[in-house]
Design a protein around this ligand. Structure first.
Ligand code: CA
Ligand code: CA
Length: 287
């Protein structure tokens, strides 16, 4: 009976920790990245909670091969750990207010920049990420295309209209957005499409998006396989306030004949600038 009570207490503590995670840590950013030996041991001492929390975290990471990294997060002097999919820093020197330190899981080697260590295949794998910091980004899997009405615009700082668009990028200095002032009209579309051949499996997409403006339009994430009609996997319309939001986990079933398409659709007036930044595509289903 006593064991059961302690289990309940431990469970309540874990629930408490889970709630605070969402408030203090963002899943897409980190403060630092430290390679670990394959045999993961205690990477940081967490004294605030019972040992079970630390033990659970380590055990899960050892057993779960899809776990590629561990994060130690801190909130108000309280530390806790969580499992994430790890990667090496894409852009060194990214700073923010995050309080998580990330530890990548690597085997006697450190993967190169913009790579992560895939424990299942024991290889360093390139990370597909669009941060839009460069005009041409080798790691970015999205590109402009024709067949739509206009292009997405790469931008630093605010957009040229008031009461729409973000004040700045979410990560780094640049982002992409749909400039919806004249000559753009209601319903005009701008597409970004993938330029990669994918494997036949489910990938996980995450990103930041900003959709501020009283006549905000619609953003869709779609897949198109062969000549089939587009399949919409995520869609959002209307004013989402003047803040960046995160889309954490979107499963996308892909194969070598599938294209990913981002579709921005202008709303009824120019208060319709929508933005995206730090779009990441993992070659695994979402955890
Ligand atoms: Ca950026
Ligand atoms: Ca275009």
């Amino acid at each position: 009976m006593q064991t059961r009570i302690w289990n309940i207490v431990a469970l309540m503590l874990l629930v408490t920790v889970s709630v605070s995670k969402a408030e203090t840590c963002e899943s897409l950013l980190y403060e630092s990245d430290v390679p670990l030996a394959f045999d993961i041991r205690a990477y940081e001492t967490i004294t605030t909670f019972p040992g079970s929390l630390m033990g659970t975290c380590s055990d899960r990471c050892l057993r779960d091969k899809s776990c590629l990294a561990v994060e130690i997060c801190e909130s108000g002097g309280t530390k806790y750990c969580r499992l994430v999919r790890g990667w090496t820093p894409g852009y060194l020197g990214v700073t923010g207010t995050e309080t998580c330190k990330q530890y990548a899981v690597v085997l006697n080697t450190t993967c190169g920049a913009l790579e992560f260590y895939d424990r299942e295949t024991a290889q360093c794998v390139q990370q597909d990420v669009c941060n839009f910091e460069l005009t041409t980004e080798p790691t970015c899997f999205l590109t402009e295309t024709t067949g739509d009405i206009f292009d997405w615009t790469r931008r630093s700082g605010s957009t040229s209209s008031v009461s729409t668009g973000p004040p700045s990028a979410k990560v780094g200095s640049y982002y992409k957005y749909t400039e919806t002032s004249s000559p753009r009209l209601t319903g005009d579309t701008a597409w970004l499409v993938s330029n990669r051949v994918f494997e036949d499996k489910t990938y996980c997409l995450s990103m930041y998006y900003h959709m501020y403006g009283s006549t905000q339009g619609t953003l869709k994430i779609q897949t198109i396989t062969g000549s089939d009609p587009p399949v919409t996997h995520w869609e959002l319309s209307g004013d989402q306030g003047n803040t960046w939001h995160s889309l954490d986990k979107l499963n996308l079933p892909l194969n070598n004949n599938t294209m990913i398409r981002f579709e921005g659709i202008r709303g009824t007036n120019y208060y319709s600038d929508m933005s995206i930044d730090y779009v990441v595509l993992w070659p695994f289903a979402c955890p």
